[in-house]
Design a protein around this ligand. Structure first.
Ligand code: F6P
Length: 324
């Protein structure tokens, strides 16, 4: 093994550049070349790459986004395009590929590894933190901190105006961001897709809170449940008879995914990148980097195929007990 292919795929997140830097610098330490493909799997298909050396990754550690660019590539679902990607890699003399990606990208990576003679490594990243097999994915901590900072600000106006405010956070079908942000901001109610929170219970909580003399509430809503707009319309309608109205909402959106990574994300991304290359050098094949019980470990790449991670019920209960 002399050359490694590297790409970032799926939604961007803070920490990708720190990971790219770690891969390139560790590879350089072991005298390996790194070919960085642009826009994820699209770059593999279009043979669009640049050679990354020790110097080319200087000054990127603290930057959000990805210098390799990223994309979601529908053509990769087609075997013929995956074959083309493999042939491009072979022609460049690349037999190992590191994919820094989330659930969708891991599926593509796994297909490549099973269909062709290619050694594929997955490094988990997604602000959603829902990749099966690892307790951490690059970007999550920064996203939670971004959302927490925004909610702290929203809380000032919520308390001052004695309002109920719904804040919609990202996560696609997953509730990890909402759950952690709910705990970190002391949200009165946190609603996530994995565990039911019926409308009547939300109403009861709001009314009970008001009866206890608390005239404001922050509801953190995971986007995978419903939209904040819809929930505010429903609650405004259902609570007006109880003298509760003017329920506002805010959708945090892409600010959660941007900006400079936290120290934790920089460090985890650096560890993941270093670990991936080191294991490759040691001869390990087709694995994903995973964080488990405080340790960075490798697991078979296929382990996450078709599965997602869900939050622990205990965390959810903790959140409910501490709120209100
Ligand atoms: O998976 C990361 C994520 O930011 C989700 O939280 C969100 O639902 C989705 O990506 C948004 O994707 P896109 O960039 O395609 O709008």
């Amino acid at each position: 093994m002399k050359r490694i292919g590297l790409l970032t795929s799926g939604g961007d997140c803070p920490g990708l550049n720190a990971c790219i830097r770690a891969v390139v610098r560790t590879a350089s330490f072991y005298s390996l070349e790194v070919y960085g493909f642009k826009r994820g799997f699209k770059g593999l298909i279009d043979n669009d790459y640049s050679v990354l050396d020790y110097k080319s990754v200087a000054g990127i550690l603290q930057k959000g986004g990805t210098v390799l660019l990223t994309a979601r590539e529908p053509r990769f679902k087609d075997y013929n395009f995956r074959k083309l990607a493999y042939e491009n890699l072979k022609n460049l003399g690349i037999d190992s590929l590191i994919v820094i990606g989330g659930n969708g990208s891991f599926q593509g990576a796994n297909l490549l590894a099973s269909e062709f003679d290619l050694n594929v490594v997955g490094i988990p990243k997604t602000i959603d933190n829902d990749i099966y097999g690892t307790e951490y994915a690059i970007g999550f901590d920064t996203a939670v901190n971004n959302a927490m900072d925004a909610i702290d600000k929203i809380k000032d106006t919520t308390v001052s105006h004695e309002r109920i405010f719904i804040v919609e956070v990202m996560g696609r079908d997953s509730g990890f961001i909402a759950l952690e942000v709910g705990i970190a901001t002391g949200a009165e109610i946190t609603i996530i897709p994995e565990y039911p929170f019926p409308l009547h219970v939300i109403e009861e909580k709001i009314v009970k809170s008001k009866d206890m003399g608390k005239n404001f509430a922050i509801i953190v809503l995971a986007e995978g449940v419903t939209s904040a707009k819809q929930l505010s319309e429903i609650l405004n309608e259902r609570l007006k008879d109880k003298g509760i109205g003017d329920i506002r909402y805010s959708v945090l959106g892409y600010i959660q995914r941007g900006g400079s990574p936290t120290a934790y994300d920089r460090i985890m991304a650096s560890r993941f990148g270093y670990f991936a290359v080191k294991k490759l050098v040691e001869g390990e094949r087709n694995f994903m980097v995973a964080f488990e019980n405080g340790m960075i470990v490798s697991k078979p790449l296929g382990i996450s195929f078709g599965k997602v991670r869900i939050p622990d019920i205990e965390e959810y209960q903790l959140n409910n007990i501490l709120s209100l």
